[in-house]
Design a protein around this ligand. Structure first.
Ligand code: BTN
Length: 256
């Protein structure tokens, strides 16, 4: 994929801008990056706080795959981002919480939101993968409700890595993992997910729209990226939607 970066000082949301470009026919590999977003979007229709200092970008993709498999691209992106951040910050405590949040000591440092559009024949027209990374957001610039649950990488690791270095390394890695996924499927890629996750083996609450719908121990993820959870009665369920909170002893740790 040829990468072509379009930079903006401020946009409502890089995902929104990327969708506009995609509708206008932008090629796969077009990347929209902004210094700040006025209406950054998170999963479950949440607001994504996006002040200066963070890395906010969206990649336009046009994968020729079954629409049923498109959601996996978010995990593919999570793997690429985790690999790069672990290398750049020289630390393996950066880990993936299913399906694709990146955490450091239970604080969220990255979130990913993908959007897809089908064409009239029912094939994938475009996919926009939006990635938000708290590289160097000043603690004071996080809204009050996020101060306990979000953190910036440069502050945690006491480094001065620039957003543009993080972006370039991620785009190279993403290209690599994405091509692997397209040619071989998710299974191969998931081996890296297994090595970098902080979810399997933990007590989790599975939530949909902020409501707890199941709880138990996260046992594994299947070949499609769904999480397998077993409750205290031994009942096993698989989830390919929603999100989880990880429960450590008595404390329920919520993230962003
Ligand atoms: C989440 O809720 O965890 C997903 C957050 C995704 C945020 C990124 S920032 C760049 C892109 N533009 C958006 O409006 N959202 C995504």
């Amino acid at each position: 994929m040829d990468i072509h970066i379009l930079r903006f000082e401020s946009v409502e949301s890089t995902n929104v801008t990327a969708v506009q470009y995609a509708l206008d026919g932008a090629d796969e590999g077009t990347v929209i990056v902004a210094d700040q977003q006025q209406g950054g979007r998170g999963r479950m229709k949440r607001v994504w706080s996006s002040p200066l200092g963070g890395l906010w970008f969206s990649i336009i993709l046009r994968p020729k795959i079954d629409p049923e498999h498109v959601a996996q691209v978010t995990m593919v992106a999570g793997i690429a981002v985790a690999k790069v951040l672990r290398k750049l910050y020289e630390n393996d405590i950066i880990s993936i919480k299913w399906p694709n949040d990146l955490l450091v000591r239970n604080k969220k440092v990255c979130g990913i939101l993908s959007e897809m559009q089908l064409n009239t024949e029912g094939n994938v027209d475009y996919v926009v993968v939006g990635i938000g990374i708290n590289v160097n957001v000043d603690y004071d610039d996080f809204p009050t409700e996020l101060k306990g649950t979000a953190a910036s990488l440069n502050e945690i690791f006491n480094k001065k890595i620039t957003c543009s270095e993080v972006l370039h390394k991620i785009l190279i890695e993403f290209n690599d993992v994405y091509e692997k996924w397209i040619s071989t499927g998710l299974n191969v890629v998931l081996q890296s997910w297994g090595k970098m996750n902080c979810t399997i083996g933990e007590k989790v609450l599975v939530k949909d729209d902020d409501k707890v719908i199941f709880s138990g121990i996260a046992k594994a993820i299947d070949e499609k990226g769904a999480i397998i959870v077993v409750n205290s009665d031994g009942l096993m369920r698989k989830f390919d939607f929603g999100e989880i909170s990880i429960r450590n002893s008595e404390t329920v740790k919520e993230v962003h």
